[in-house]
Design a protein around this ligand. Structure first.
Ligand SMILES: Nc1ncnc2c1ncn2[C@@H]1O[C@H](COP(=O)(O)OP(=O)(O)O)[C@@H](O)[C@H]1O
Ligand SMILES: [Mg+2]
Length: 256
């Protein structure tokens, strides 16, 4: 986790441009869906996330949490406002650079892992590396390291359907990390797992955050897990508000 602001600034400063601001930023972002019925999901949301920072997003079902992650990861565009990455407006980039950004800078862990069922754990993990045009030996080595890190070396050749829910989620995490992103976006990564497996996945994410220094935004319904991240934000009525530490302690003391 992010120990202090100085750390964030140092990491920002180390970027080639000498940029010192947030890693990713939403500025007055609104999102509406016109079909099948006009809906406004986000209303002028501001959010800044520093390098290495961990943020939990909570909110009721349908409040727009997945939509928010999609905007942060440039999987969707805002209806109004800006998404900035290291201070640069993402959607002013040409489409090919945007695709490259998603592939290289963002690790996305989907709510329902979206692994390819006909491929093995190892092949699923390697795929973003091949999409990026990396050399096969390099991708294979990185996949082997990640398999070891997630404790699945002995399941590498299993197909997705031959893995447990927790194992599938670990593969999805490794796939999200193969390109060594700066930002990991995790959509209810423990939501479909039993509490013990969920805890193990959460701990794995926290370890990766610390060892790789990557920023993390995690959507969760579990306040006990959320409270262990740097900040907890609640999405509701189209706006994002930070939950104060005392209120969070109270919420986390109630069983999830
Ligand atoms: N592509 C879309 N077109 C129309 N409506 C959508 C689309 N994606 C999401 N929505 C609607 O936006 C709302 C928020 O969705 P979502 O971000 O998935 O919520 P959450 O993840 O908080 O449950 C929901 O009411 C959903 O039906
Ligand atoms: Mg969702």
């Amino acid at each position: 986790m992010k120990p202090n602001m100085t750390d964030t600034e140092l990491q920002g400063q180390s970027a080639a441009s000498g940029y010192r601001g947030p890693l990713v930023e939403l500025r007055q972002v609104s999102k509406s869906f016109p079909d099948p019925k006009p809906l406004t999901i986000l209303r002028g949301v501001d959010l800044a996330i520093g390098a290495g920072e961990t943020v939990a997003v909570v909110g009721s079902s349908g409040s727009g949490k997945t939509t928010l992650l999609h905007l942060l990861g440039a999987l969707d565009r805002p209806s109004a406002g800006q998404v900035l990455y290291r201070g640069e407006d993402l959607f002013s980039r040409p489409a090919d650079r945007l695709a490259q950004f998603r592939n290289r800078q963002i690790g996305f862990i989907f709510q329902f892992h979206h692994l390819l069922p006909e491929f093995s754990a190892r092949e699923n993990i390697m795929l973003p590396g091949f999409i990026a045009g990396r050399e096969k030996p390099e991708v294979e080595q990185r996949a082997a390291e990640l398999l070891a890190q997630i404790g699945l070396t002995d399941r590498a050749e299993h197909r997705v359907g031959e893995l447990s829910g927790g194992e599938q989620q670990r593969v999805a995490i490794a796939r999200a990390l193969i390109m060594e992103p700066d930002l990991l976006l995790a959509d209810e990564p423990t939501g479909n797992l039993d509490p013990q497996t969920g805890e193990a996945i959460f701990e794995l994410l926290c370890r990766l955050n610390t060892s790789l220094g990557l920023a993390m935004v995690m959507v969760t319904h579990n306040y006990q897990l959320a409270a262990r991240l740097d900040r907890v934000l609640r999405l509701g009525d189209g706006t994002l508000r930070e939950i104060a530490p005392d209120q969070l302690a109270q919420l986390a003391s109630i069983a999830p």
